[in-house]
Design a protein around this ligand. Structure first.
Ligand code: CS2
Length: 487
């Protein structure tokens, strides 16, 4: 794949219809992963195709050079493969004009973020990239990257560290701030970003803290598109369809949704041409998506993995799993959601189940199971809190949560080791190791983790009872049977 190869691609492969040399970089994106490339970059591609050339993207990887190493030799071009039971569509995207690797050259990243032409800094750094305490959303001041960035403000490692140093430089130079656009799956993601960034700025000095609090907009967004990690089989599929190698294509579904609060410091692209929607308040959309989609996804990931299902669509083909999810959505989650005017929630739920069934995507349960400590609070615990407040049952949600506890113990149902990826993995493992196979002791041990559960849930006997009972069933009969009991 390269610019020179574009004219020779098969006719049905979409490609940039604009002159890439005429595009200026207006957006710096932190977190150059597959999700960004299949979501915001595709919407931005539509803006560029529409003739507004002020919004090219410079993509920054905060850790690994892998994406840059794959894309740079391809002139930043890559393929988006949209897959479903109906067939595949391919689009080569040109919106990402530069690729940077922050640890190699933090100064280059800061210089670009502080450039007058940069008007938006967007983020997909995953939940843990915010360096916050998941239970409260506050900056984790003891986080090693935060400690590092406070001592070395000119060579930061964390997203808050980069944002604050770049904003500091803009302020010194009398430039307007950029808009910080969080595109991560966090509740009130803009507000979460604002809290950690302004707390970090405040630690660097009251004047900088005040500037961030007063001048920098942090609109919230709801992002939705399923993007499983790319495999070698996917690369082979794309090479076959394009007649060229693409070192790192991204695989996704037809569905895509992006809802954005319309609060920008210095202009923005008209992402509506790429299907986005601008609203005054994103929160109801975010809650709906995080609770219905991600809450179900995580439930399916833990329970499905334990039952031996490798992918989401395999788990969905196991009827009790699909029934558990349908019941959880309609009876336990939907009643907690604020009404969204003109929105058909039942149709949305049905569509979600169809999306999870997509037979053309191989979305591994193990991938979704990652980083549970960072995901569970907004995906399951908020919903459970609302159910407790309303005095209503939540046994399916409790089973999903028990699935996480069982999974985090690191042993599957056949005694094999689970490769648990989570910033708290060692801590959680130690808790479960001490508690053996006794559900009550396991739950007691887990509920000491206030960073995840807060102090309210551990103090609620109804919560403790429901989770202990669910975990008891998981341990006694295994995941498949426990799911069938509650389906
Ligand atoms: C998934 C999400 O990996 C995960 O945790 O639940 O990435 C999910 O696919 C997206 O949020 C869909 O928009």
């Amino acid at each position: 794949m390269s610019s020179a190869a574009l004219p020779a691609l098969p006719a049905d492969v979409a490609r940039p219809p604009y002159d890439r040399d005429a595009v200026r970089i207006g957006i710096v994106h932190l977190g150059l992963g597959a999700f960004h490339r299949a979501h915001q970059a595709v919407a931005t591609e539509a803006v560029l195709a529409g003739g507004d050339h002020a919004w090219g993207i410079a993509g920054v990887s905060l850790r690994s050079p892998d994406t840059r190493d794959a894309l740079e030799p391809q002139d930043g071009l890559y393929t988006v493969a949209v897959r479903s039971g109906e067939g595949d569509r391919f689009q080569v995207v040109g919106a990402i004009l530069r690729q940077l690797v922050a640890p190699e050259d933090p100064e280059a990243v800061l210089a670009l973020m502080a450039a007058p032409t940069t008007r938006i800094v967007s983020l997909t750094v995953t939940e843990k990239g915010y360096c916050h305490l998941p239970a409260t959303g506050e900056l984790d001041r003891d986080h090693p990257d935060i400690v590092h960035d406070l001592a070395n403000p000119h060579a930061p490692r964390s997203a808050p560290g980069f944002l604050v140093e770049a904003l500091h430089r803009r302020r010194e130079r009398g430039l307007p701030p950029f808009t910080v656009l969080s595109c991560d799956n966090l509740p009130a993601n803009g507000e979460t970003a604002r809290r950690v960034v302004s707390a970090f700025a405040e630690l660097r000095g009251a004047a900088l803290g005040g500037f961030v609090a007063r001048e920098v907009p942090f609109p919230s967004t709801m992002v939705d598109r399923i993007v499983p990690a790319t495999t070698d089989a996917d690369r082979a599929l794309v090479a076959g369809a394009l007649g060229r190698e693409d070192a790192w294509p991204v695989m996704t579904e037809p569905f895509s949704q992006w809802v954005i609060e319309d609060r920008f410091a210095d202009g923005r692209p008209d992402w509506t041409v790429g299907g986005a929607r601008f609203v005054a308040d994103v929160e109801p959309f975010e809650l709906m998506k995080l609770r219905l989609l991600n809450g179900s996804h995580s439930t399916l990931a833990y329970l499905g993995y334990l039952a031996g299902h490798e992918t989401v669509s395999q788990a969905m083909a196991d009827e009790p799993f699909a029934a558990l999810l349908a019941g959880m959505m309609s009876q336990e989650i939907a009643p907690t959601l604020p009404p969204l005017f003109g929105f058909d929630l039942a149709a949305y739920r049905a569509e979600l189940l169809e999306r999870f069934r997509n037979p053309a995507l191989r979305h591994r349960t193990w991938q979704i199971a990652m980083d549970g400590s960072q995901k569970v609070p907004q995906r399951l615990l908020g919903t459970i809190r609302d159910r407790l407040r309303a005095g209503e049952p939540f046994e399916r949600l409790a089973l999903g949560l028990a699935g996480w506890i069982r999974y985090a113990g690191g042993r599957d149902e056949r005694g094999g080791t689970i490769d648990v990826r989570d910033p708290m993995a060692a801590r959680l493992r130690a808790l479960t190791d001490g508690a053996g196979e006794d559900p009550a002791r396991l739950v007691d041990a887990f509920l000491t983790v206030q960073d995840v559960f807060g102090d309210d849930l551990p103090a609620d006997p109804r919560f403790r009872r429901a989770v202990t009972e669910a975990l008891g069933r998981l341990l006694a009969v295994g995941s498949a049977a426990a799911v069938a009991e509650r389906a």
